[in-house]
Design a protein around this ligand. Structure first.
Ligand code: HEM
Length: 410
């Protein structure tokens, strides 16, 4: 419901075609004119777009709750509009419950745990590149299935279904409610995904294996065995968090490096630069563009009167290009350091899978530029996601390159 505000009211909708046509320019305007503003879109919400505002709200989780509620409709609490999926744990929990579940994830997502995943990441990267390397042309969107397959393999789900999981979760989060893609996701693909995960949980309860689902089912939460429902909520979040984000990062990076062959050459010649370069790609491309919170009490935030139940959108991507925080924010500086970007969020919900995402991105980008050093993306054939409000990126990336040999078995 629209209400009188003493703060700027803007005509902003992160899901609109106007915003999706150029999210960087759209946020630059907003950040310069009204870094904390109210918009009437989607029932009304605050949009926070400069670094300080995003930082302050993300760190004040008592005032900016991630918990599920009926404010702003039903569904996933951290998107606007809310997406019709089951509860995601721990991203939709506030303290103290959040801590009980987050500590389950920390040991399996630590740098040491990710080092153990590295051989699997390498194997799948080789396999995906092998599928196209002899042809001399491909759609990179099919090669960047690596994050999805690694996540499913890690969890112990059927890797052959990676496209269906990716499509379902992307569509339900990013497409407009009522659109054919969204309706198909809600009515067909999401129920299918729920069946797969539920069946896997039942199977691992009966016969544990060495996969992540079995690990989750063996955990206690505050002294009691984890429930199947909670395990489901964690599995769905791991797929949702692991699949689209890293693919988005790699897709945008590959297009950037086609446009900037000098930077690509530099990364091929000095692969040790990749670690910092990936942080810079995270900053400029911000795969997760913006996520939401719900205000828990009447308060004044940066001079704006926020009311209990108001929804607020934290634009990570806009914070990442704030000139007050980053020098020449629109330049891609491969060696930028320090680089305090917000691409993984901030505060208690900071991405649990950050090390996994980084490891996959480094391997995939590194191997593509090593094995296809002269690839050229057909920029006219590029297709972005229809909506760039939550996940930015490309769904079609046609490219040509000098064919090379396969490295793995046929
Ligand atoms: C480039 C890759 C990635 C990006 C940009 C990204 C981004 C984010 C962001 C912005 C958040 C904060 C959510 C919030 O504040 O509401 C988050 C949380 C989370 N991400 Fe990621 N993510 C990535 C990769 C992954 C991967 C690979 C996984 C798992 C396999 C993962 C699992 C999670 C989980 C479980 C949370 C919730 C943490 C919590 O609530 O404590 N993410 N991610």
């Amino acid at each position: 419901m629209s209400q009188p505000r003493t703060c700027p009211v803007v005509a902003f909708d992160h899901n609109s075609p106007e915003h999706s046509a150029d999210p960087v320019a759209s946020y630059a305007r907003l950040r310069a004119e009204a870094p904390v503003a109210w918009t009437d879109a989607h029932g009304g919400f605050w949009v926070l777009s400069d670094y300080d505002a995003v930082f302050e709200a993300a760190r004040d989780d008592a005032t900016f709750s991630s918990g599920r509620s009926s404010y702003g409709g039903e569904g996933l609490a951290n998107t606007i509009p809310k997406a019709p999926v089951r509860l995601h744990i721990p991203v939709e929990l506030d303290l103290p419950e959040h801590r009980s579940y987050r500590k389950i994830l920390n040991p399996v997502t630590s740098p040491a745990a990710v080092a153990e995943l590295q051989p699997m990441i390498e194997r799948w990267t080789t396999w995906f590149i092998d599928q196209v390397i002899e042809a001399g042309s491909c759609d990179f969107a099919s090669v960047i299935g690596v994050p999805a397959v690694v996540t499913l393999d890690w969890l112990g789900l059927d890797v052959d279904d990676w496209r269906r999981y990716s499509r379902a979760l992307h569509s339900v989060l990013a497409d407009s409610p009522g659109s054919p893609a969204h309706t198909h996701a809600v009515e067909v693909d999401i129920p299918w995904m729920e069946e797969q995960i539920t069946a896997a949980i039942t199977a691992r309860r009966a016969r544990p294996s060495d996969d992540l689902i079995s690990y989750l089912l063996a955990q206690d939460v505050d002294g009691a065995p984890i429930t199947d429902d909670a395990a489901y909520s964690m599995v769905e979040l791991l797929i949702s968090g692991g699949v689209g984000t890293t693919a988005s990062l790699v897709s945008q990076t590959l297009v950037h490096l086609s446009r900037h062959p000098g930077q690509r050459r530099q990364l091929v010649e000095e692969p040790e630069l990749l670690t910092r370069a990936v942080e810079e790609f995270l900053r400029v491309f911000s795969p997760t563009q913006a996520l939401a919170r719900t205000v828990t009490r009447d308060t004044e935030f940066r001079g704006c009167p926020m009311k209990k139940g108001d929804r607020a959108l934290l634009a990570w991507s806009s914070a990442n290009r704030d000139p007050a925080q980053f020098e020449d924010p629109d330049d891609v500086v491969l060696t930028r350091w320090p680089n305090r970007h917000t691409a993984f969020g901030m505060g208690i919900h900071r991405c649990a899978g950050a090390h996994v995402g980084r490891a996959i991105a480094r391997q995939l980008i590194g191997e593509i530029i090593r094995r296809m050093p002269d690839y050229v993306v057909d920029l006219d054939g590029l297709q972005t996601y229809a909506h760039q409000g939550v996940n930015a990126g490309f769904q079609r990336i046609p490219a040509t390159f000098t064919p090379g040999p396969r490295l793995g078995p046929p």
